[in-house]
Design a protein around this ligand. Structure first.
Ligand SMILES: Cc1cc2nc3c(=O)[nH]c(=O)nc-3n(C[C@H](O)[C@H](O)[C@H](O)COP(=O)(O)OP(=O)(O)OC[C@H]3O[C@@H](n4cnc5c(N)ncnc54)[C@H](O)[C@@H]3O)c2cc1C
Ligand code: FES
Length: 357
């Protein structure tokens, strides 16, 4: 009797599982769905995948720094028709005002029916690039510098401070991660990235494994963190590998904006964690309009420069903020502390740009 009951329960469980699988297949067969972009272009896709992936497959590149995990919030797009209510994962990131204006997160929104969407014009200019590693070297114990020589297309145009999304190839498939360009945008045939290795990190481990001659693919340029065309003094504050986009800004300034004053405050833990230190020291010696202030939070006895966290150093050393604008890049906790200092130093929020990572 017990044996018959066990057999019956097993058969019942298997039948229910099969029914769930079939129901899922039937329910997720959304058929052909039309995507209409900016009331101008349209195409048909089979429903069932995210809007982000559908757009990517059609070569519409939307910022997606976290690779579609729903954590960065970069993939926001306006859906004017067909989007339905926002999902719980979107409610964690989108503000009530964004939701009421139709903003959605493209990585979370599954295409199940026809959709009308708006893609900002600057996204339509983002392209795919193929390149080859021309330099791969370590600059600190955990940061690598790589240079990518472009092969197709052979040149890229970008603004100092912007980033690219690298196609990360793993055994499980492909993924994407954002990395700021650390190079001078005047050099269009090559870009430099500075990448910090994160233990078990998919993207950073992949990039650290690349060797000279290896192929690499990316899309870009992305981002609204870039040097503005004004006559104001430029205040740059970097923490660790957050130096990357600021190095691009400083190099662009050297070639194009030398009439403006520029200050670089660069924080690291120890002397071994400061990279490109000699490059900036030399630049400061040659240019009286460039002030370079590196600082260490954990210095050894040989260090004669500034000590403390970079926001404390900025507070001590920053000259007047009235006619200044600021560019900050580093970990979120550093950016928040620096914002507090800049507030006191009379640089208003609309003259501050930052990238947190
Ligand atoms: C606009 C933008 C520009 C960026 N530019 C650069 C750049 O120039 N150089 C650079 O090195 N990075 C940059 N990043 C960060 C980069 O995109 C990746 O997030 C980072 O390399 C980690 O990715 P991963 O795939 O190696 O780790 P993942 O596989 O995504 O994460 C592995 C684990 O590590 C944790 N983790 C992720 N990041 C960190 C961290 N910083 N510290 C500690 N733990 C972490 C995750 O929570 C997870 O548990 C940028 C990010 C943005 C949004
Ligand atoms: S891609 Fe990061 S939240 Fe959508």
């Amino acid at each position: 009797m017990i044996l018959i009951s066990l057999i019956f329960m097993n058969v019942f469980a298997i039948t229910v599982s099969l029914l769930i699988i079939v129901a899922d297949k039937v329910m997720s067969n959304y058929g052909s769905c039309k995507i209409i972009i900016n009331d101008d272009k349209e195409f048909e896709v089979n429903g069932g995948t995210s809007l982000l992936r559908v757009l990517f497959e059609r070569k519409y590149f939307i910022p997606s720094a976290c690779g579609g995990k729903g954590t960065c919030g970069y993939c926001k797009l306006k859906v004017t028709d067909g989007g339905g209510p926002a999902l719980p994962t979107e409610k964690l990131i989108l503000s009530p005002r964004e939701m009421s204006s139709g903003m959605r997160m493209a990585c979370q929104l599954k295409v199940k029916n026809d959709l009308k969407i708006e893609i900002p014009s600057e996204y339509l200019e983002i392209q795919e690039y193929i390149g080859e590693i021309s330099v791969s070297e370590s600059v600190t114990s955990d940061i690598n510098r790589i240079r990518i020589r472009l092969t197709d297309p052979k040149t890229i145009k970008y603004k100092p401070g912007q980033y690219v999304q690298i196609k990360v190839v793993t055994d499980e498939g492909t993924d994407f991660r954002a990395y700021s360009m650390a190079s001078n945008p005047n050099r269009t045939d090559e870009i430099e990235l500075n990448v910090k290795r994160i233990p078990d990190g998919i993207g950073s481990t992949y990039i650290h494994s690349l060797k000279v001659g290896d192929p690499i693919e990316f899309s870009g340029p992305y981002g609204d963190f870039y040097l503005q065309k004004t006559h104001r003094k430029i205040v740059c504050v970097a923490g660790g590998v957050g130096l990357a986009p600021l190095k691009s800004i400083v190099q662009y300034w050297k070639d194009n904006e030398r009439h403006r004053r520029i200050e670089l405050y660069y924080g690291a833990r120890t002397i071994k964690d400061l990279y490109d230190h000699e490059f900036f020291e030399e630049l400061a010696r040659e240019n009286e309009n460039f002030l370079y202030i590196p600082g260490l939070s954990d210095p050894d006895e040989k260090w004669t420069g500034e000590t403390g966290f970079i926001h404390q150093i900025l507070e001590r050393k920053m000259t007047e903020g009235e006619n200044s604008e600021a560019y900050l890049c580093g970990p979120p906790i550093m950016i928040d502390a620096v914002m507090g200092v800049l507030d006191k130093g009379s640089i208003s929020d609309d003259r501050i740009w930052f990238d947190k990572f």
